[in-house]
Design a protein. Structure first.
Length: 81
């Protein structure tokens, strides 16, 4: 059961990261295009932004979930569960 939950959490983290990045890439590419006047440069900026931030977002979510798991474990200990 624990393996299935961990797999679900991993897949959910990836889906959330991807959906957030799609929105961000559209905005970043659009701003890059407006600032430079070149749609290809805008798309290049958006692509680099996406690659960097997907990894950072995944790491961010993983660290927060580890913290929450630890906190929940401590609460359960406190109440004798």
């Amino acid at each position: 059961m624990k393996t299935k939950i961990n797999r679900y959490l991993t897949i959910t983290r990836i889906k959330r990261a991807m959906s957030a990045r799609v929105i961000s890439v559209i905005v970043t590419s659009g701003v890059g295009w407006l600032v430079t006047g070149n749609p290809y440069i805008g798309l290049s900026i958006g692509a680099v932004d996406m690659l960097i931030k997907i990894g950072l977002y995944y790491l961010h979510e993983t660290l927060w979930e580890k913290k929450m798991t630890k906190d929940i474990r401590n609460i359960k200990k406190e109440y004798g569960r």
